[in-house]
Design a protein around this ligand. Structure first.
Ligand code: GMT
Length: 378
């Protein structure tokens, strides 16, 4: 098939998932056209079946806000016509679903039908989409989608609760390429981070309020009181300065290392012992799944879709939002019991296998085939 994928090109989970999906589809022989404003960060391979179309947004002194959505819809029209696309798959509703709707109407005028599938990822529904400035357009464009998918049961329910949705929402879970995380850990790397054999805790996010990164530091401080340990913070974002302050205040700053945005996240996860994700909300928690693929158990909150992937006592532990004490206690108990740690590492890995790329990508292909024209398998 000839598929157009629209996503945010950044390190965020929706962009990562969309890019990995496109790469996997291209490996299976589909032609995949990425349409976005920048080369997606995970689009770091050459594949003859992958095309990248950059959305340029010309500015003009009159525009305080350059109209990205119009530029995106026009680029979609161009790619649909020039590459004879069979369908569009847009990730994150805002503004991708409404731009797809507009592109669909434009090409219809010349007799072309282009179905579009919208995958909801989380904040497009639970945070931004709900805002009444966006809500009418979000509701409309979701309902106009030819198919709607959500990345967890929780997100599906949240969408029905917050919007008047008139169509079915299918749950297709996020996935991970387990093979990519099954490499041998680099011992020298572990040695640099934890020279005295300290346990390594890790967190990865965009350091926004919703991630409760302060709780990450507090959980770590609780652990650090009981045992030698290091904390690696992957990513960057608005909460970083406050976190550094807090680490100083709690006297753990020498054991906390900020490693910034990382493309090769697997190298870090492979030497880590425990992943922390105490978020206020996660529709899914792709970062936690990637940790599990590297055999790293997860301590998370029990909010949103997290309990659908992090199974308490099997792949890690879950606790109530803000219950830093409980999360520290779970971490200490786990990290001081090698047998239990080995058991949960294995549990985490087995859970990741359930969400392996080879199990999930065929579900998307099956969904696409419902919209396939007679000639689209060619
Ligand atoms: O977590 C973020 O703030 C980034 C956001 C995104 O849109 O990239 O992530 C969302 O989509 C991911 C992929 O489906 C999910 O794994 C994340 O849980 C979800 N984030 C939230 O729901 C807060």
């Amino acid at each position: 098939m000839r598929i157009g994928i629209v996503c945010y090109p950044t390190f965020g989970g929706s962009g990562v998932l969309a890019t990995e999906l496109g790469k996997a589809l291209a490996d299976k022989g589909h032609s995949v056209h990425f349409i976005t404003y920048q080369q997606p960060v995970r689009l770091n391979v050459f594949n003859a079946n992958i095309y990248y179309h950059e959305v340029r947004v010309p500015t003009y002194p009159l525009f305080d806000y350059p109209p990205y959505e119009i530029a995106l819809a026009s680029t979609m029209v161009d790619v649909i016509n020039n590459h004879d696309l069979d369908l569009l798959h847009v990730h994150y509703a805002i503004p991708h679903a409404s731009a797809a709707y507009m592109a669909k109407q434009i090409v219809k005028k010349s007799g072309r039908t282009i179905p579009f599938i919208t995958t909801l990822h989380g904040t497009d529904i639970t945070l931004v989409g709900k805002d009444k400035t966006y809500e009418p357009v979000v509701t409309f464009s979701i309902n106009e989608s030819d198919a709607i998918t959500a990345v967890s049961n929780n997100l599906r329910e949240e969408t029905f609760k917050s919007f008047k949705i008139t169509k079915e929402i299918e749950v297709i879970y996020n996935f991970v390429d387990v093979k990519r995380f099954s490499k041998k850990p680099i011992d020298a790397f572990r040695q640099v981070i934890a020279p005295k054999g300290e346990k390594i805790l890790v967190h990865a996010s965009n350091f926004r309020k919703i991630k409760r990164v302060n709780d990450v530091v507090k959980i770590f401080a609780g652990v650090r009181k009981e045992m030698p340990a290091k904390l690696l913070m992957i990513g960057d974002g608005p909460e970083r300065p406050a976190m550094e302050e807090l680490a100083k205040e709690l006297g753990v700053h020498e054991d906390v290392r900020f490693v910034g945005k990382q493309e090769q996240i697997e190298e870090i996860l492979l030497v880590s012992d425990l992943f922390l994700l105490p978020s206020e909300y996660e529709s899914f928690g792709l970062a936690a799944l990637e940790a599990m693929a590297a055999k790293v158990p997860v301590i998370s909150t029990n909010t949103g879709g997290l309990p659908e992937i992090n199974i308490h006592g099997k792949t890690g532990y879950t606790a109530n939002l803000g219950d830093v004490q409980a999360m520290s206690r779970y971490a200490i108990d786990l990290l001081s019991n090698e047998e239990l740690l080995a058991e949960l590492k294995q549990g985490a890995y087995e859970q990741a296998l359930n969400f392996d790329i080879h199990n999930i990508v065929p579900i998307y292909e099956k969904l696409y085939s419902r919209f396939c024209r007679m000639d689209c398998e060619e």
